[in-house]
Design a binder for this molecule. Structure first.
Ligand code: F6P
Length: 342
């Protein structure tokens, strides 16, 4: 079989580990031939490819980013884009396609499978951990670790200067990274989109904490938290997502906290630092398990599925379930963090 692989959306620690596993297992165990499609769906539309054999995937397990490059191209955002993608799949002589991506990339994979019968397998990737159907996505653990390392460092500065430090983390419209990084970093307050507290709660908590003898505080805010009265951003990508980098929630929040408390307040935006660099061990293992499972599914001819972590098992679920809805932090999980708010 000739199997195409692509990575779409934001880069994510562990992408190369998936590619390596899928190619090594597919070629070594089943004799599959592989073709890399460059820059996500753009590579399929433009038939921009690279050879992808055991030689190309050697030595990439620990490397961040993706050797296949990425983009946020959406074939369905242009007229006839779905038909074009299906025609390119046939022209390239592909029998199957492993699409590694988040909600958007997998949404396109599902549509190509439903509309044109393309043999796709999805692999869930995103630091945001917002895909339903899988308990965790690879890349999330690394992003949380990066954020926790930063919070640990910011603690020193906050403590030395009697400051409030506001740390803005990624996560788009859900607060997985904020909740986990805040919990592990000992944040005094965490703001997430799906369980929003008003700024007045944060201000009251910080005042209480200072009255009780602490002279510094750490607040973690998710980029998708909607600050009352602040801009919500206008620029959108091909999938209609607002560019949250334009919103500056951390900076605005710090200004409001500083004004309301009179405490010296600073903000830090961790941004893409959370996405780049080497994957942690847990993400390497998860990515390798996902890539291996994808190769097995291709060999079995079971398409229109996504590999998923359910409990501690890797299973496969319909792609439709994977992109049905965003997976928010459950209230009881967030409540664990709330119990430690000042
Ligand atoms: O989905 C991953 C993610 O890093 C989000 O957390 C963030 O909102 C977005 O991508 C940033 O995208 P870009 O790299 O296009 O700025």
């Amino acid at each position: 079989m000739k199997v195409g692989l692509l990575t779409g959306g934001g880069d994510c620690p562990g992408l190369n580990a998936v590619i390596r596993a899928a190619v090594k297992v597919g070629a070594g165990r089943y004799g599959h031939e592989h073709l890399g499609l460059l820059h996500g769906w753009r590579g399929l539309l433009e038939k921009e490819t690279m050879p992808l054999g055991p030689d190309e995937v050697r030595g990439i397990l620990h490397r961040g980013g993706t050797i296949l490059r990425s983009s946020r191209t959406n074939p369905y955002s242009r007229d006839g884009g779905g038909e074009e993608a299906a025609a390119a799949f046939a022209d390239l002589g592909l029998d199957a396609l492993i699409a590694i991506g988040g909600e958007d990339t997998l949404g396109v994979a599902r549509r190509l499978h439903e509309d044109f019968g393309i043999n796709v397998i999805g692999v869930p990737k995103t630091i945001d951990n917002d895909l339903s159907g899988t308990d965790y996505t690879f890349g999330f653990a690394t992003a949380v670790q990066v954020a926790v390392d930063a919070i640990d460092r910011l603690h020193s500065t906050a403590e030395s200067h009697d400051r409030v430090m506001v740390v803005e983390v990624m996560g788009r419209h859900v607060g997985w990274i904020a909740t986990y990084a805040g919990l592990a970093g000992g944040a005094d307050f965490i703001l997430v989109p799906e369980h929003p507290h008003p700024v007045t709660d944060v201000v009251a908590a910080i005042k209480r904490r200072h009255e009780a003898g602490s002279e510094f505080s750490i607040v973690v805010v998710s980029e998708g938290y909607e600050l009352e009265g602040a801009d919500t951003g206008e620029a959108v990508d091909e999938f209609g997502h607002v560019d949250l980098a334009d919103v500056d929630v951390g900076q605005n929040l710090a200004a409001r906290i500083g004004e309301a408390t009179g405490f010296d307040t600073r903000s830090v935006v961790l941004g893409h630092i959370q996405r780049g660099g080497t994957p942690c061990a847990a993400d390497r293992v998860l990515a390798t398990r996902f890539g291996t499972a994808a190769a097995h599914l291709v060999a079995k001819g079971t398409f229109g599925r996504m590999v998923a972590l359910v409990g501690d098992d890797v299973r496969d679920i319909p792609l439709t379930d994977a992109v049905a809805e965003l997976k928010a932090v459950p209230p009881e999980r967030f409540a664990v963090a709330e119990a430690f708010f000042a």
